[in-house]
Design a protein around this ligand. Structure first.
Ligand code: PLP
Length: 497
């Protein structure tokens, strides 16, 4: 059955999957949601022997119903290839009787690769299907991680160009090095004098600049966005929950139909929403455990029914979860409001005006599958150390938040259900915090020394993505003022003549 997409703020207008991927965000500011969640057509037992790529096809074909088999398979084949350092794409590691689903084996060693390696292919396919002749120009502001993952995904993808702005003094040295060494004829990276908000505001202005849009159209170009609310990023994330269940079944860690809990270190709520969708599709998932760091807006929401972003923003050692507005939560609200766009739109208006909204008891009842908790900075680093001491396995800071929250969950509930923890980044990406958690003596070492030391103590080879950084040549050295962003974009695109 065909799946169509409408806005979480107005469900009158329905569009196809490929149109939703091209648009990114609905015109009314809402997020695109499927008009129903399709049920899996294969049993878990049938999926047990399938590759990641085959599983991806079985899941994604049900959501992207206007893609042909050939189109979708081609996208999948191009995305999940040797960019990943393991054939299984998302390996499962057992530690302390829990399963860590490692989502960090792609080009930038963090879980955003799972979706950003396929989004470019979904996007150019969508453009072709909708007879868009223009070249797609991805424009992004980044606080570090997303920019690199998007660059890695779009590099040398025919029919696309990508421009990334980052705050020149607002990203880590490793993050900056990752971006400025990005190869590819179609990539463009610029540091701006300013903070992330300046970069973000500048990018939004360019998106809304009609004169620029006109000039670009004349040159056969149009902007698009790769940010995490694109349905083309959400759907590929459902795959690894289906895959994890099927693999645990294959290895007899689960029996058919037995429940599996999932724990997700959460920021923008995209990853855990994908797990929720997997459950709706029929994967026997029990609890959805939402783990936050000290920016615990979601914990407060799940425990009180009140979302309140009016609070201090805390900089933590798990920066990809430092978020006060979890955009994808809107998709869950829409669902628990009985797919009532009016109710959802009113909540979002309240959030925009006052920073607060509160859901009804009836809506709260539908959140029974969710459990929220958070880990402090100390609990996070203690978790990294205790896991290392108990098992030798090294967790990154984000995954450690999830692992610490899982311990609290078990203490609270005594629930012994088989549990999968989404492991969202390699410890090599956050080496200093990880090593300091294990032993304070590491504080004296340089970043590159720490990388070798982490490899030695964990018996894990330094990932290629990190090893290459030592010698990779810098190919992007543009720096500009925030007022010069438009001029530099025009120059790069060759529309400044
Ligand atoms: C983006 C990110 C998260 C948060 O994921 P959401 O889908 O935004 O909730 C967690 N961990 C890492 C390492 C990330 O990069």
């Amino acid at each position: 059955m065909e799946v169509l997409y409408s806005s979480t703020r107005n469900s009158d207008k329905k569009i196809t999957a490929s149109q939703a991927i091209l648009k990114g965000l609905a015109d009314d500011g809402g997020l695109f949601v499927p008009d129903h969640i399709p049920a899996l057509t294969c049993s878990m037992k049938e999926l047990a022997d399938r590759s990641y790529q085959d599983t991806a096809y079985e899941v994604m074909k049900l959501f992207l119903t206007d893609f042909t088999e050939e189109e979708l398979k081609r996208c999948i084949e191009r995305a999940y290839d040797s960019k990943f350092d393991t054939d299984v794409i998302a390996p499962i590691v057992e530690a302390e009787d829990t399963y860590y689903l490692e989502l960090f084996h792609g080009a930038t060693i963090a879980f955003k690769d799972m979706a950003l390696s396929i989004l470019p292919h979904l996007m150019i396919t969508s453009a072709k299907k909708n007879h868009v002749e223009n070249e797609i120009v991805i424009l992004t502001a980044t606080s570090g991680d997303t920019g690199k993952a998007a660059l890695a995904g779009f590099t040398d993808v025919e029919g696309t160009k990508i421009i990334v702005f980052y705050p020149k003094n607002g990203v880590s040295p490793i993050q900056e090095k990752q971006m400025v060494t990005q190869k590819g004829k179609n990539t463009f990276v610029v540091g701006i004098h300013g903070n992330f908000d300046d970069a973000q505001t500048g990018v939004k202005k360019l998106f809304n600049d009609r004169e620029l849009a006109q000039e670009m159209a004349e040159a056969g170009l149009q902007f698009s966005s790769a940010n995490s609310i694109n349905i083309g990023r959400l759907v590929p994330q459902i795959v690894y929950y289906v895959y994890a269940y099927a693999k645990l079944l294959k290895e007899d860690k689960l029996s058919e139909g037995e429940r599996m809990n999932v724990v997700v270190p959460t920021g923008n709520f995209g990853n855990i929403l994908a797990a929720f969708y997997a459950k709706q599709m029929g994967v026997p998932i029990g609890k959805l455990i939402c783990a936050s760091n000290e920016n615990k807006v979601l914990y407060d929401f799940f425990t009180t029914g009140r979302y309140d972003r009016n609070r201090e923003f805390v900089l933590t050692s798990s920066p990809s979860m430092d978020i006060l507005i979890s955009s994808n939560l809107e998709r869950l609200l829409y669902r628990i409001a009985g797919e009532d766009a009016g109710t959802n739109a009113a909540l979002m208006e309240s959030l925009a005006k006052t920073g607060v909204y509160e859901i009804t008891d009836q809506m709260r009842e539908q959140l029974a599958d969710f459990y929220g908790n958070y880990a402090s900075e100390k609990e996070t680093s203690d978790r990294i150390r205790s896991m290392y001491e108990n098992t030798g396995y090294v967790l990154d800071t984000h995954t450690a938040v999830a692992s610490a929250v899982y311990q609290k969950y078990v203490e609270d509930t005594k629930d012994e259900t088989v549990t999968v923890i989404a492991s969202t980044a390699s410890p090599f990406k956050f080496t200093r915090n990880v090593m300091n958690a294990i032993d304070e003596k590491y504080d004296a070492m340089s970043d590159f020394e720490l990388i070798d030391e982490l490899s030695a103590i964990s018996s894990v080879d330094v990932p290629a993505a990190v090893a290459q950084l030592k010698t990779a040549p810098v190919v992007h050295d543009h720096v500009c003022d925030k007022t010069e962003m438009k001029a530099i974009v025009k120059h790069f695109l060759g529309v400044d003549a």
